[in-house]
Design a protein around this ligand. Structure first.
Ligand code: F6R
Length: 371
């Protein structure tokens, strides 16, 4: 079943152009003739008005699934105008945080069986909230326990580290954001640009997968390191957290994703000539702030690896001296799907080089069914 690949994780990383295509199949309307460009999500279409009228939307999940929510939070807020609160399922349960009948709670889970997410669902239902599932497993406990939902259709994911499910979750939640946003004149060009780039997504993921060899080289350079920091912000704060999670869970290397806006509030103290730092600085509304982060890190002789949009290497790293990862550029809200791929490849190669089990990392289970 692994075909030409040595490991499921490797196979699942490389099949993302296909899994993303399946996630979007039959759900995107190209426009033209009498058709307005748009999305059609069967599970959601009868409930859109209710969700738009909610007082608040909650994204609830664990691990990678939480990160997928974080990556799409800003777009849902932008297009729907409804504030989105992020909740790690275990923390919501620990706090017994308030949830109201006027809330809509989205439960994001690849397996649909994660104990904390499932318990958070039971809790939210008991509070009277409208509960929506975003899962990859038809008939799973979360798919059954929610009022309705969206299947991400990424196909079965076997590697314990989530890869293709993450990118499909973001694609599915981007379509949810588009469905929730009303097609107003002022938002039309933005909506159409996102839909066009959803169509362009599989080809761009194919393109970024060509970095495989470069990421293997980078892994060779980093394989003896103790630690790796990842700085991101805006749409790519999620990429920083998820990239660091991939490295720590499979390569068993300490790695930390940091919101770049927090750099001066502590993390800057760690910077020296030896600690490797990846800065995500692809083109979007926050990239001039990332430029200044890079300058400040360079001033402290940080060992930088900069991820930027194709052609931006000189702009983002004018003094040279840093390693650059150039990636294809899409609409800002879809960039997390592109930007995570080099991290997945890096984590995979680091794991192989360090001699650890790729598909079954130490101490971890694919589906966490106990709290
Ligand atoms: C990381 C990973 C975990 C899961 C988390 C939630 O690669 O796989 O962090 O994302 O255990 O699992 P699901 O999505 O099945 O609820």
């Amino acid at each position: 079943k692994k075909g030409n690949y040595d490991y499921y994780m490797q196979k699942e990383i490389h099949e993302q152009p296909d899994s993303l295509t399946t996630t979007m199949r039959g759900r995107l309307i190209r426009g033209g003739g009498d058709n307005v460009k748009g999305v059609l999500l069967g599970g959601l279409k009868d409930h859109l008005r209710t969700i738009r009228r909610s007082r608040r939307i909650l994204f609830i999940g664990c691990g990678t699934s939480y990160h997928a929510g974080l990556a799409t939070r800003a777009l849902v807020e932008e297009l729907s105008g409804v504030p989105v609160t992020m909740e790690l399922a275990s923390d919501l349960l620990d706090r017994q945080g308030p949830i109201y009948r006027e809330d809509t709670a989205f439960f994001v889970s690849q397996s649909g069986e994660t104990a904390d997410t499932l318990q958070a669902l039971e809790y939210a239902r008991s509070c009277g909230a409208l509960c929506v599932g975003v899962t990859n497993t038809v008939g799973s406990a979360i798919a059954r326990g929610t009022h309705f939902g969206v299947h991400i259709n990424a196909g079965c994911e076997i590697g314990v580290a989530s890869t293709k499910a993450y990118t499909s979750q973001i694609a599915a939640m981007t379509m949810i954001a588009l469905a929730l946003g009303e097609d107003t004149l002022s938002s039309r060009s933005r909506r159409e640009a996102i839909i066009d780039d959803l169509f362009n997504l599989p080809d761009n993921v194919k393109e970024v997968l060509k970095l495989d060899y470069d990421m293997k080289n980078l892994a060779q350079e980093l394989m003896e390191e103790q630690s790796l920091l990842v700085f991101g912000r805006g749409y790519n704060y999620a990429t920083a957290l998820e990239g660091a999670l991939k490295v720590k869970e499979v390569a068993l290397m300490h790695s930390e994703g940091i919101l770049a806006g927090e750099m001066k509030h502590g993390p800057l103290a760690l910077v020296d000539e030896t600690l490797p730092i990846i800065v995500i600085a692809t083109r979007d509304a926050t990239c001039s702030k990332q430029q200044s982060v890079i300058q400040q890190l360079q001033a402290r002789k940080g060992r930088l690896i900069v991820m930027c949009s194709k052609g931006d290497a000189d702009l983002m790293c004018p003094n040279g001296g840093c390693r650059v990862i150039e990636v294809p550029q899409l609409q800002d809200c879809l960039q997390p799907i592109i930007n995570i791929v080099p991290f997945q490849l890096l984590a995979y190669h680091l794991t192989v080089l360090r001699g650890f089990n790729v598909d079954q990392p130490r101490n971890l289970a694919k589906s966490v069914t106990t709290s």
